[in-house]
Design a protein around this ligand. Structure first.
Ligand code: PMP
Length: 409
């Protein structure tokens, strides 16, 4: 059998441990700000109305079966997924510069990209280090480590301003060896909620171009962040326009509310060059082999739902409306929370609550304060002070603000 020296006990995933503790708390005051999943104003999961419609269309289709998808997934889904990121009339698509593979949601896409890099990013000498923002989505660390790629970090969050440490970030990118792999959050940075401005993206791209770095975009919140699909893809499109070759991991968990269905996509976008078509075809052929050995073919139902919506004009418009509902409610909660802090005269500055974007806010609360909030007020958040904005609603936002006010005084 396997002795502890060979298989030591691993710690529980901190986020899922937090969820368990929260579930066990029976207080009626309980506020769950842990997991990054959308909740409606009644603190309940929300099935998007457009997803319900697509589901019904699929269920009423007498020809629907449960056959395997091709290795690269549902083509009607992956094609639209690429268009969603790059733009419907993107030259990258018309010039066949994109290789897309359907994956097990965003996690699977990050993993497939990591695996591809581990296997094939051997072209520029030794530097295979993946640079991650500090902090980043915790899973990035293990995904890249698991495939044997070394990881390093670049400064991202500025503790004093609770905004972007653009100077620190640029310095680190400039200091990294040429051809380093740089992981970037396309929008709604997790866990900080801090995104570069358009000008800052330009600066980042310019440093990265000078150092010939290789961008890997993780896009888990398109449309969910601002409510505008094009705006949330702005950074990716800008990098593509600048001629970067790059990778994109795309998740449909948040923007379709398809968390458990695991609908996602991985894209390789070739730089414009005479060998573009050849590169894309070769990359696609290797991605297919990697995919085959890992999952054979991706799960079908979430992709079918997304494809139904993405390929129908009326449903697509309705989806955009649903996206505005979710992002709008979150933005409204940011404003309500900030207003309550102002009203209470809570010590400290709280502008970052409304400056930050997307599912999360990095409150700046210390670990001790987080623990106190849990013990005294039944408020659950990760120990780095991150809150899921979607856990706030019109009934608990005042309670939460008062609880925070109490621990920071
Ligand atoms: N990347 C980031 C930055 C995320 O926040 C998430 C969701 N927590 C993901 C990837 C992937 O999530 P999923 O696998 O559920 O699509």
């Amino acid at each position: 059998s396997f002795p502890p020296e060979a298989v030591p006990q691993a710690p529980e995933d901190p986020l899922f441990g937090l969820m368990r503790a929260c579930k066990a708390d029976t207080s009626p005051d309980k506020v769950d700000l842990g997991i990054g999943a959308y909740r409606d104003d009644n603190a309940k999961p929300w099935v998007l109305p457009v997803v319900k419609k697509a589901d019904e269309i699929l269920r009423n289709d007498p020809d629907l079966n449960h056959e395997y998808l091709p290795i690269a997934g549902l083509a009607s889904f992956t094609r639209k997924a690429a268009e969603l990121l790059l733009g419907t009339s993107a030259p990258t698509i018309s010039e066949k510069r994109v290789a897309s593979v359907q994956t097990i949601s965003g996690t699977g896409a990050v993993h497939l990209g990591a695996l591809f890099l581990a296997r094939f990013y051997k072209i520029h000498g030794a530097n295979r280090t993946v640079y991650l923002s500090n902090p980043t989505w915790a899973n990035h660390n293990q995904i890249f480590t698991n495939v044997g790629l070394p990881i390093a970090t670049y400064p991202y969050f500025h503790k004093e301003t609770r905004g972007l440490d653009i100077e620190g970030m640029k310095r680190a990118l400039a200091d990294a060896p040429e051809h380093s792999i740089i992981l970037l959050h396309a929008c709604a940075h997790n866990p900080t909620g801090v995104d570069p401005t358009t000008d800052q993206w330009r600066e980042i791209a310019s440093v990265m171009a000078a150092k010939k770095h290789f961008p890997f975009f993780d896009c888990a919140y398109q449309g969910f962040a601002s409510g505008d699909l094009d705006r949330d893809a702005g950074a990716i499109r800008f990098f593509v326009e600048q001629g970067f070759e790059l990778l994109i991991a795309q998740s449909f968990a948040k923007n379709f509310g398809l968390y458990g269905e695991r609908a996602g996509c991985f894209h390789f976008v070739a730089a414009p060059s005479p060998e573009t078509a050849g590169t894309t075809t070769r990359v696609a052929s290797q991605l297919a082999i990697l995919q085959r050995s890992e999952i054979s073919n991706p799960p079908i139902y979430g992709a079918r739902i997304a494809s139904t919506v993405l390929n129908d004009k009326a449903l697509f418009a309705e989806w955009q409306e649903n996206l505005r509902t979710m992002s709008g409610r979150i933005i409204a909660m940011r404003q309500a929370l900030k207003a309550k802090f102002d009203e209470l005269g809570t010590p400290g500055t709280w502008n970052h609550i409304t400056d930050q974007i997307g599912m999360f806010s990095f409150t700046g609360l210390s670990e001790a304060q987080v623990v106190k909030l849990r013990d005294e007020s039944h408020v659950y958040m990760t120990k780095n002070g991150r809150i899921s904005m979607a856990g706030l609603n019109t009934r608990n936002v005042d309670y939460f603000a008062r609880a925070v006010d109490k621990v920071v005084r």
